[in-house]
Design a protein around this ligand. Structure first.
Ligand code: F0G
Length: 458
């Protein structure tokens, strides 16, 4: 008999978590204005709000922290991190930052100016924010297939080469660079194929443009290339990683995801002029060039994390857990963005709460219901997150309305996945009775989902 699959690690330290009663959760949710960001973490049983900074470090990472060099300038921790990044990506210039959005802020301060257009595949919110706040446009060139949640294709995060080519043909002079997000978080943690990265490179070369990878989940992307794309089955994750980055000019990185640290990020590039340009903004925004917002010990933990997470076994354990949750949802017929992505399951709330009008935010309603059911915290990636149109001030109902269940790395077991799946099934089974959603009573002008205050519609 073939041996079953099991995790590629064992557990050395545990953190107790606590269940709560429905009555407690109803009170807490009300106090939190029906916004899960306003809950206290101790009011949550299983926390799937994000996979960012919530992973579990290994014994080797903790050990490396003890070797951290906290020198202000020239710390050996920086050079260990830089050497690891150069070995994995081929990029010689590295600037540490305190997290991913800080890397965007520093690099884009050098590269993006008012009137520019930055084409890419579903820019992440902060990426978009750092482009739009400079009065430039983040032009989404993701393939149309990504919008059909039930369509199963292997690389649903891809850039549409036709859309990209059109953008360059029409606006080449306004485009400072192209950005490709690997994996494509907003489209559901969906990967981008090597073939697609090559196509983007070819278009960039034709118009003499550079390419940045938003690399928060690059290792998961490499795993999907190995397991789904022809010709890569026998290559190592490290070989695939090198090949991917050979097609880029630089990267911004949120190390809180595939670096498996709780805080950190960096910029890396092969170009001295980009390094020199970004350097000028690192010092005032982040700190001196050899720490840029990170402790020495954190840079050491990150160097080890990057090495560990570019090994197949570690990634296989992770992606198989997300797949496991997806299979449980399949058993219950619960619709989500297919196929399962790398870091999360994106439940298609609009297809479940069909009696809740879009003006009453079905995905947010489902997020609240799942919390009330079992203390599980997901997060809405839908109409509230989409904010209002900056000109008309109308809600934007054009995109998908999803509940994201992000799975932290090396934190929960498949028993926890079972609890999530069954809790969601219980809500799903009473979906016909859920006819009313939530209404906004207070909201911020931008990025409202963090602080929005809601009330159930009576
Ligand atoms: N790029 C991508 C693709 C991301 O998913 C994130 C963060 C960032 C950049 C920004 O990095 O948080 O370190 O500043 N995503 C988190 C999430 C917050 O929950 O998806 P950061």
């Amino acid at each position: 008999m073939e041996l079953p699959f099991a995790e590629s690690w064992k557990i050395k330290m545990v953190e107790p978590i606590r269940k709560s009663t429905r009555e407690e959760r109803e009170r807490w949710m009300k106090e939190a204005h029906y916004n899960v960001f306003q809950l206290k973490a101790e009011q949550v049983y299983i926390d799937c709000i994000t996979d960012s900074g919530t992973g579990s470090m290994s014994d080797r990472q903790w050990a490396a922290m003890m070797m951290g060099d906290e020198s202000y300038a020239g710390a050996s921790s920086f050079f260990r991190l830089k050497d690891t990044i150069t070995r994995l990506t081929g990029f010689n210039y590295v600037i540490p930052t305190h997290q991913g959005r800080a890397a965007e802020n520093v690099l884009f301060s050098h590269l993006v100016k008012a009137g520019d257009i930055v084409p890419g595949n579903s820019h992440f919110d902060t990426t978009k924010g750092h482009i739009e706040s400079r009065k430039a446009v983040a032009l989404d060139c993701t393939i149309d297939e990504a919008k059909d949640t039930q369509l199963e294709i292997p690389f649903k995060g891809n850039v549409d080469p036709k859309k990209l080519e059109k953008a360059l043909a029409e606006h080449a002079d306004k485009i400072p660079f192209i950005i490709v997000t690997i994996t494509n978080n907003t489209a559901g943690g969906q990967p981008v194929s090597m073939q697609n990265l090559r196509e983007v490179r070819a278009i960039a070369d034709k118009y003499n443009k550079r390419v940045v990878f938003d690399s928060a989940r690059f290792a998961e992307n490499a795993y999907f290339i190995k397991t789904r794309e022809e010709g890569y089955a026998n290559k190592t994750i490290k070989e695939i990683t090198k090949e991917m980055f050979a097609l880029a000019d630089g990267m911004t990185m949120s190390a809180k995801k595939d670096g498996i640290v709780n805080m950190g990020g960096f910029i890396a590039t092969r170009w001295e002029d980009w390094y020199e340009g970004a350097k000028r903004f690192c010092i005032p925004f982040e700190g001196y060039l050899t720490y840029g917002g990170m402790n020495g010990r954190d840079m050491d933990a990150l160097a080890v994390g990057l090495d560990e997470n570019t090994e197949f076994d570690n990634l296989e354990t992770r992606i198989k857990q997300v797949e496991y949750l997806a299979k449980r949802l399949d058993e219950f017929g619960i619709p989500y963005q297919r196929p399962a992505g790398g870091h999360a399951i994106f439940v298609d709330a609009a297809k479940i709460l069909t009696h809740v009008p879009k003006e009453q935010f079905p995905a947010q309603t489902l997020t609240v219901e799942l919390y009330l059911e079992a203390g599980i915290r997901g997060c809405e990636i839908g109409y509230i997150l989409a904010d209002r149109d900056p000109v008309t001030r109308e809600n934007r109902f054009g995109g998908l309305d999803l509940l994201r269940l992000a799975i932290p790395r090396r934190v929960y077991t498949n028993n926890h996945m079972d609890v999530i799946a069954v809790a969601l099934k219980n809500v799903y089974d009473r979906r016909e009775q859920i006819t009313k959603g939530v209404k906004i009573v207070w909201e911020a002008e931008l990025m409202r989902h963090f602080t929005v205050q809601l009330e159930p519609v009576k």
